[in-house]
Ligand binder design. Structure first.
Ligand code: BTN
Length: 323
């Protein structure tokens, strides 16, 4: 896209729905108002919905549904997360690409794909990644022992939930790492790690969010339990702006994780949790535990009290509700 058109979109996005006059845009770009108008008409043809009023100016109502990596760089308010953005129209899996480049990019790099051909979910499941979603992987180098890895997943769950709540979507976290709205899954998180002698080299934090994804395109068994932001709010949203606020939340939570007591994060996780207080069946790698979810430990494990009041601390597993 030509630089003047990019600049016009950038200015209108930054004004967040407030009108900007042709005069003001023209002055910023060093072009006439008539030229601004010419570019606005060209942008409309490309799918940008720009309203104009002779009295107040231009307002950007909506953009074509594509993540715009340059725009993202421009509006990002982070210093670490997103310092290196790798954007692709299609990948097999952003987690795979992130793992390939993890040792050659700075901490905070983000891999983004519009679609994934082989999106991966937890426990070897397929993750359907149609157009309209946010499919990203973050590369982090936390200096933590391997046993603390599940804490990163909890931190990411809080960040996604806060970003969703920031746009009015009533999200809650289902242990360990699903984000639900009205009991339906809107986001999944896949944390992968490379570690040596119990110490983490890098973490790839894969996050998939159904933003404007058409639910009708999902396979039946997935569709029944899924929702999307567009489905909850009644209209598609601008994925570039939402991604900027998601990366901001991720940075805030990651900084807190590195600098504050984990107990603070546990408290917030419990506040946002859909799981605590519920009857659950958790399939761990070794056994099935049934009981009531009552808390999260300092290590990030789910605490379940079984019918004999025996306490189980579960660090990894697949959780189902039984109430
Ligand atoms: C889950 O099973 O709930 C986890 C789903 C994680 C999906 C995301 S999409 C971006 C990243 N790339 C992948 O292949 N998977 C994760």
């Amino acid at each position: 896209m030509n630089d003047n058109k990019k600049e016009i979109i950038y200015i209108l996005r930054k004004s967040e729905g407030n009108p900007v006059s042709g005069q003001e845009i023209g002055e910023k770009l060093g072009i006439t108002r008539a030229m601004v108008w010419k570019y606005v008409r060209a942008l409309r043809k490309e799918g940008y919905d720009i309203r104009s009023s002779p009295k107040t100016g231009y307002i950007l109502d909506s953009c074509p549904d594509k993540i715009d990596p340059e725009m993202l760089q421009g509006i990002l308010k982070t210093s670490l997360i997103g310092n290196d953005i790798r954007y692709y129209s299609e990948l097999e899996s952003t987690n795979n690409t992130a793992r390939e480049i993890a040792m050659s990019v700075p901490e905070g790099a983000v891999v983004i794909a519009e679609t994934q051909k082989k999106g991966r979910g937890r426990m070897g499941t397929e993750w359907q990644s149609a157009p309209g979603g946010i499919w990203i992987s973050l590369i982090l180098h936390p200096s933590i022992p391997l046993e603390n890895l599940s804490k990163i997943t909890l931190v990411a769950g809080i960040a996604v939930t806060n970003a969703l709540r920031g746009i009015g979507v009533d999200a809650r976290i289902k242990w360990p790492n699903d984000v639900l709205v009205n009991g339906k899954k809107i986001c999944g998180i896949l944390t992968e790690v490379s570690a040596e002698i119990g110490k983490v080299d890098y973490v790839v934090l894969g996050i998939g969010i159904n933003v404007n994804v058409k639910l009708s395109g999902l396979k039946d068994e997935v569709r029944r339990n899924s929702t999307s932001i567009a489905n909850e709010t009644g209209k598609p949203i601008d994925r570039t702006s939402f991604l900027a606020s998601l990366l901001y939340e991720l940075e805030q939570q990651y900084i807190r994780f590195k600098t504050r007591k984990f107990a603070e994060i546990v408290d917030e996780w419990i506040n946002l949790s859909d799981t605590i207080g519920r009857n659950v069946k958790v399939m761990t790698p070794t056994m099935l535990i049934e009981g009531k979810a009552v808390g999260i430990t300092e290590k990030g494990a789910l605490v379940v009290l079984d019918k004999n009041n025996k306490k189980h601390e579960i660090i990894a597993g697949n959780c189902r509700y039984s109430d």
